[in-house]
Design a protein around this ligand. Structure first.
Ligand SMILES: [Zn+2]
Length: 397
């Protein structure tokens, strides 16, 4: 995170910081493997490949000390560049899916579900706090397959965090990207120069951001990498912007991006929940553009589990209706349950509880004429709410 193009003196005032390191590194004390002196042609091919796959102009990719530097702030060791290139060639020849190259930077689902994080003994408590906050953000706020936990064993940890006083003075921290085998980026290095110059909140933002790199997310505000479907090209408060902010939660499109790349179950899409207080109406959709982050008085209230967007074996349609008189949206597996305006199939869900699913509970308020669906039994209560049973089952651990 951060931008080397800014004059050094402005960096702190702009709060533009943190960087990332591409690829997997060994422990810093390891002896670096001896690389065969590469042919210049090899480097040229890899430069072109990195330019194409990261969306970076060729002129912004340099090669020194067996390492590629991309756009000033992403570093990829030669070995990793070769691994990525080899994997890309294999995928291209076997599937022809050249447009899906962003997948080579992502975690496998099994890896995503079991990230272990080792915090080095040299990491001061101020950063340990932010590391734990960042883990909580990913585990509880992202609502994705990604789940991380601290381990006290260095060997075998997915990500090792350590201090590095040798980082450039304008870089808060550096992270690494997933490798070609789908493992998490193995390192986060923190610059001790920022131990006391960042607020607790900024540290939380910075570490949450760095973990995002380890999980395969690139900078929202730069053009490197492939755009994640259903997300915009700019998002002012995205955690993956290269500008450190005070932590204020993930943005709507951060949330969308996490669910796109790491759904709880492959092929599923997040059911998004909104509420209009003016109309006292809860609304659910899988279409991220139908309302977006907000609009016409709708407040985004998070995800309500994962569902399918197309007919899938084992699923049934969830029908959507609307009553303009009571301004109430209604969802049911029973076509024709109400004689309201039929608005189509909302999504495809399970009619019975199968592994990986949870009930979506249905409530109705006769006071406000509002149907409400939630994963949390008892989320609403009191005399105005009537529990009407399980609407369907959605994919959610
Ligand atoms: Zn970054």
């Amino acid at each position: 995170m951060y931008n080397l193009k800014f004059p050094l003196g402005k960096i702190l005032s702009l709060l533009v910081i943190v960087s990332m390191l591409f690829g997997s590194c060994q422990n810093e004390n390891d002896v670096q493997p001896v690389e065969t002196q590469p042919l210049s042609n090899d480097i040229a091919v890899l430069k072109s490949f990195l330019s194409e796959t990261t969306g970076t102009p060729l002129s912004n990719i340099t090669f020194t000390d067996d390492t590629f530097t991309i756009d000033g702030d992403v570093v990829m060791p030669l070995k990793n560049a070769r691994d990525h290139y080899a994997k890309f060639q294999t995928e291209k020849s076997t599937t022809g899916r050249t447009e899906q190259r962003q997948y080579m930077y992502l975690l496998t689902p099994a890896v995503a579900a079991g990230i272990t994080i080792y915090i080095g003994a040299d990491v001061p408590s101020v950063w340990v706090t932010s590391i734990n906050q960042a883990i909580s953000n990913w585990n509880n706020g992202a609502d994705s397959k990604i789940h991380a936990a601290v381990t006290t064993t260095a060997a075998g940890a997915s990500i090792a965090i350590s201090m590095n006083a040798g980082l450039p003075s304008n870089v808060i921290a550096q992270a690494s990207f997933p490798d070609a085998a789908g493992n998490a980026g193995p390192t986060v290095h923190i610059n001790p120069a920022f131990n006391s110059t960042l607020t607790v909140s900024q540290k939380q933002f910075a570490i949450t951001h760095e973990f995002g790199h380890c999980f395969g997310f690139m900078h929202t505000n730069q053009t490197n990498g492939a755009l994640i479907a259903d997300t915009p090209v700019t998002d002012a408060n995205s955690v993956m912007n290269s500008v450190v902010l005070n932590w204020n939660g993930f943005t709507f499109y951060d949330f969308i991006a996490f669910g796109k790349l790491y759904p709880h179950t492959a092929g599923t899409r997040r059911l998004l929940r909104y509420f209009s207080s003016a109309n006292t109406d809860h609304f659910y959709t899988i279409n991220t553009n139908e309302i977006g982050p907000t609009g016409n008085g709708w407040a985004f209230e998070g995800g309500s589990g994962y569902v399918y967007g197309t007919p899938t074996p084992g699923t049934v349609p969830l029908y959507r209706y609307y009553d303009a008189v009571t301004t109430d949206h209604f969802y049911t597996l029973n076509f024709g349950e109400v004689s309201w305006t039929y608005e189509g199939v909302a999504c495809y869900v399970s009619a019975t509880q199968v592994p990986g699913t949870r009930p979506l509970y249905r409530y109705f308020s006769d006071d406000t004429k509002d149907h409400f669906y939630t994963l949390n039994f008892g989320e609403v209560s009191g005399p105005s709410w009537t529990y009407e049973g399980i609407a369907c089952y959605v994919w959610q651990p």
